[in-house]
Design a protein around this ligand. Structure first.
Ligand code: NZQ
Ligand code: ZN
Length: 388
């Protein structure tokens, strides 16, 4: 077991009617607020009006940037950073899903530098500071509300790149499950596929000595499997939406890592899919996850699948190990494709074989994804083939 530092200083206001604290949180950082949001779901739901009312009540001055796309673009980041500089913004307020939150994190960083914001990704320019950020989350999925990551797309270079930097961590996040009642069945399913994969990226690990964290992760996976179908069938089921929302944050806020050093596997592969095809992140992960599990299964990795199959899906522990492992992969696929109704192949979502070499090469970065099982370009291409 490796040493690690636990330090997750994001203040969370969880539950209904917590927005009354928004003004006080924003006011800690100044008077001038940049409010950011996506394509308008917050206007339809009434959240926009509620947020503005709180900002006005606190006597703050508000500027706006809307139209942040899913798989957010570098252009939005550039525009936001520019507004921050021109209007001398004190604090950013992101209201939306992971895309809005991620883009706003990088606006906050871009506001503090003189170079083009894409240099953060193309040249790995240092992120020394960022303006303070408050978030109001509207979709349970990415965990951006409680982590210091942000993923940005550049359609010109067909890149989608994520980076984790401490200054990007939100100061406070508002998590009201009722705000997610309006999330479509499809986005609910994709969000859960994303959360499930965040957990698996850490759970399927050759460092197996943190039993306590394994139990925690198994609990979160069971939570997703239990509550996602309920949230899809009854969008305004508070218990289901609340359980999913809190799982979103804890799946990726760093707690479950417990010092494990192993890299993630499905995420680098998926980011190449959405870089070229602009598909929903959670959908790409759903297609990849069971194939990646299948590809990594062998005599050395099988114990982890047995633990997963028995503890998460309740498979009979008396069965032979390989049988439990294969059954656990089948049950994962059944959950993603039958229960959640997500497309199960690249063919169905239009991803073509001709792009495999370039996507696989980029996914491997320096040459290898040093994950549960090390993956090189040829391995990633094989996993992509399994997804066709
Ligand atoms: O844009 P609006 O109109 O708000 O509509 C959005 C969008 O069309 C809609 N939506 C959000 N909340 C809603 C709602 N519709 C109705 N009611 C609501 N309450 O949902 C659509 C998708 O939104 P988006 O923000 O794109 O989804 P998500 O939260 O899944 O974010 C995905 C992005 O986050 C990145 C992904 O790669 C992707 O770019 N990720 C960020 C991570 C992080 N920061 O740590 C980690 C993740 O692994 C992931 O890579
Ligand atoms: Zn993800």
């Amino acid at each position: 077991m490796n040493n690690f530092i636990y330090d997750i200083p994001v203040k969370v206001y969880f539950g209904e009617n917590q927005l009354c604290h928004l003004g006080e949180e924003l006011s800690k950082y100044g008077k001038r607020v940049l409010l950011t949001y996506g394509g308008g779901s917050i206007k339809k739901s009434g959240l926009y009006d509620a947020v503005l009312a709180e900002i006005q009540k606190a006597g703050l001055e508000v500027f706006e940037l809307s139209g942040i796309d899913p798989n957010p673009r570098i252009d939005s980041v550039r525009e936001g950073a520019q507004i921050c500089k021109e209007k001398q913004i004190d604090v950013l307020l992101a209201v939306g899903g992971g895309s809005t939150l991620d883009a706003t994190k990088w606006m906050a960083a871009g506001a503090c530098v003189d170079f083009d914001a894409w240099d953060f990704f193309s040249k790995w320019a240092p992120v020394e500071k960022a303006l303070p950020l408050i978030t109001v989350l509207t979709l349970s999925a990415t965990g951006s509300e409680m982590d210091s990551g942000g993923v940005i797309s550049n359609p010109e270079t067909k890149d989608k790149i994520g980076r984790v930097e401490r200054p990007l961590l939100p100061k406070a996040s508002f998590l009201d499950p009722t705000v997610t009642y309006s999330v479509s069945k499809y986005q609910t399913a994709c969000g859960s596929a994303d959360m499930l994969n965040h957990i698996m990226e850490v759970y399927f690990n050759m460092e197996t000595d943190l039993y306590m964290l394994d139990c925690f992760m198994e609990g979160m996976m069971k939570t997703i499997i239990k509550y996602t179908p309920i949230a899809m069938a009854e969008p305004d089921n508070y218990e289901a939406r609340a359980n999913l929302m809190w799982t979103s944050s804890w799946a990726i806020n760093g707690f479950v890592n417990g010092g494990k050093r192993q890299a993630w596997s499905c995420h680098p592969m998926e980011h190449e899919l959405s870089a070229i095809y602009d598909i929903t992140h959670g959908l790409g992960l759903a297609i990849l996850t069971p194939r990646w599990l299948e590809y990594c299964l062998d005599e050395t990795t099988v114990p982890k699948y047995v633990q997963y199959g028995v503890n998460v899906f309740g498979i009979d522990p008396a069965l032979p190990d390989m049988e439990i492992a294969k059954k656990s992969i089948e049950m994962t696929a059944d959950f993603l494709f039958n229960t959640l109704g997500l497309d199960d192949t690249f063919t169905k979502v239009g991803i073509k074989r001709e792009d495999f070499p370039v996507m696989a090469k980029k996914a491997c970065g320096d040459g290898v994804i040093a994950g549960f099982k090390p993956l090189r370009q040829a391995d990633v291409e094989k996993i992509f083939e399994m997804c066709l």
